[in-house]
Design a protein around this ligand. Sequence first.
Ligand code: PAF
Length: 280
Amino acid sequence: MKIIHSISEIQQLSRDLAQEGKRIGFVPTMGFLHEGHLSLVNVAKQHSDVVVMSIFVNPTQFGPNEDYDSYPRDAERDQKLAAERGVDYLWMPEVSQMYPKGEQTKVVVTELTRGLCGPFRPGHFMGVTTIVAKLFSALQPQIAVFGEKDYQQLQVIRRMAKDLLMPIEIIGVPTLRDEDGLAKSSRNVYLNEEERKQVLYISQAIKAVQQAVKKGEKQVQKLLSLGKDILAQAPDLQLEYLEIVDAENLQKLEVIQRPARVLIAAYVNHKRFIDNGALT
Ligand code: PAF
């Protein structure tokens, strides 16, 4: 595996691979890799000839009171895991390269970012779409792979790629979970044993709503009450939102008649967790 830092090198790689007729599969990450990220590499490999992973903790998607400085980082471990999984090129740019002095260009997806996490994390999705557009622009991959764990992010990026006429196929990969049901996330390292027990109510609520839908419940109000009752059993969990929305446009639903998604965001001891599940 080759490690690349500079933008000119990644642009040259992109040109060389295009000349050789090779398809680039891209896995953008913020590092501190876990099996969830590595499962994205597996999918990228299935759809491409060369896999490029980026590791960049993007400052513009963190709010002023969020964890940019303390976000877990371990470059050495990440390099080892990426190489073992068969990543061909690991791209680790510097902040000054991704945001050159004087930069003033932002990418904004409007409607899809108004609800769910949008109002609670002002500027977050603008930071995500701006950096992903820059990464896409420098590398020009044919496919890019994202986890469904950040479901709103996935839909927002799909919309951005479509609206900006980017010739990139966006592939979403189902969330990987630990045995107890906790969705894999770099931020899980923040959890002590007691907090983990509390966070587990989130995945349990999602599962209960999914099961109720499978048994035939279609009324969203009833499904939301069911989910809230489960979350209420976790004394230290502060719910930010529990919503059931259309799986594509993320609009709130009253009755489930087409592919839908249940999404939850909640805090445990000032640590924020999100999770979601398909309802079809
Ligand atoms: O999901 C992430 O890790 C980040 O939001 C992404 C897509 C790499 C952009 O910084």
